[in-house]
Design a protein around this ligand. Structure first.
Ligand code: SAM
Ligand code: DTB
Ligand code: SF4
Length: 331
């Protein structure tokens, strides 16, 4: 069994990332097969429970109020709407529902009370529940955990060095602090990044170092390819070459062998063959359903056809235990 390390250096990660592509894929696929049932893919469905109007200036994001992206702002959904969407996602084969809100941070108000109810309801429907709501305090993380939340998504997005170029309204430390609060509440951590923001290879390596040097690796690491959205500062960014996506996924797989690596945003820009390479390189999760948060994603049926062709199968919910018993099982 591959050793879990939290002391990867930039040099080591860089050597892996820059190794000849086929050697890299061979190595990451081997690590994947040693550590995981490689044919099992965890499926999450995204639901934007509060859309647009965000006060942050993340330069990739269509939901930032300051960019004219033509997005319709929507207030927090009702519990009924969420229940309906959760059932639809479950029927489509998703084992996890990830609810996203375009908030800078969570505030202790009625909206948060409503989100707590949503978490309880989706949890009672036998789905893993994930939230991504912006910054959290320790007590807010604890409230979410008590309601049955399974995972919290909070991405680093890029390297510490590159952060100011992408976002000025918060710091890298703010991001790390929330992740720490999530850990303190014993929630599982989902944290990754975006490639295609104009970052350098060194930035990618630096971000992977931060993730892999955390005291405990995130249980899931989403690798997003930028979806360039008109009206955002990143609208003219060229599409990410598939080889960069494969290198990121393979490197994440090798340095965080037990982590679920998610082939996240950007799949509509990829062929089936492209995606097959990503699964071969060690990706073992996707977002399914025809929408990400605000941008398109392949249809459930298309993905199921892809699974059939590639011999992949969806992972069932709570394979690693329910939140209440989570401490006793290996994640
Ligand atoms: N507001 C919360 C936050 O920032 O953590 C949660 C929602 S935010 C939309 C979640 C993540 O979506 C971001 O961290 C970023 O990684 C991803 N994202 C947003 N816009 C994207 C885009 N155009 N392409 C790829 N990923 C994107
Ligand atoms: C993640 O890493 N990617 C998802 C999820 N976590 C929240 C979001 C992707 C958003 C893509 C742009 C949009 O649809 O708005
Ligand atoms: Fe707001 Fe999150 Fe979008 Fe940043 S990424 S603008 S915090 S919704």
């Amino acid at each position: 069994m591959t050793e879990i390390r939290n002391d990867w250096t930039k040099e080591e990660i860089s050597e892996i990332y820059n190794s000849p592509l086929l050697d890299l894929i061979y190595r990451s696929a081997s690590v994947h097969r040693e550590n995981k049932d490689y044919s099992e893919v965890q499926i999450s469905s995204l639901l934007s429970i509060k859309t647009g109007g965000c006060s942050e200036d993340c330069s990739y994001c269509p939901q930032a109020a300051r960019y004219n992206t033509g997005l319709e702002v929507q207030a927090l959904m009702s519990l009924e709407q969420v229940t309906f969407a959760a059932q639809k996602a479950k029927d489509g084969g998703a084992s996890r529902l990830c609810m996203g809100a375009a908030w800078r941070e969570v505030r202790d108000n009625r909206d948060f009370d409503k989100v707590i109810e949503m978490v309880k309801t989706v949890n009672s429907m036998d789905m893993e529940v994930c939230c991504t709501l912006g910054m959290l305090t320790e007590s807010q993380a604890q409230r979410l955990a008590d309601a049955g939340l399974y995972a919290y998504n909070h991405n680093l997005d890029t390297s510490e060095e590159d952060y100011k170029r992408i976002i000025t309204t918060r710091t890298y430390d703010d991001r790390l602090k929330t992740i720490e609060n999530v850990r303190k509440a014993k929630l599982t951590v989902c944290s990754g990044g975006i490639i295609g923001l104009g970052e350098t290879v060194e930035d990618r390596i630096s971000m992977l170092k931060t993730l892999s040097n955390m005291p405990k690796h995130p249980e899931s690491v989403p690798i997003n390819a930028l979806v360039p959205v008109k009206g955002t500062p990143m609208e003219n960014q060229p599409l990410v070459p598939i080889w960069d996506m494969v290198r990121m996924i393979a490197t994440a797989r090798i340095i965080m062998p037990k982590t679920v690596v998610r082939l996240s945003a950007g799949r509509t820009q990829m062929s089936l063959t492209d995606q097959a390479l990503c699964f071969m390189a060690g990706a073992n999760s996707i977002f399914a359903g025809d929408k990400l948060l605000t941008t398109p994603n392949p249809e459930f049926n298309e993905d199921m056809q892809m699974f059939d062709i590639l011999g992949l199968k969806p992972r069932e919910a709570f394979k690693n235990g329910r939140p209440a018993v989570r401490e006793t099982v290996e994640l």
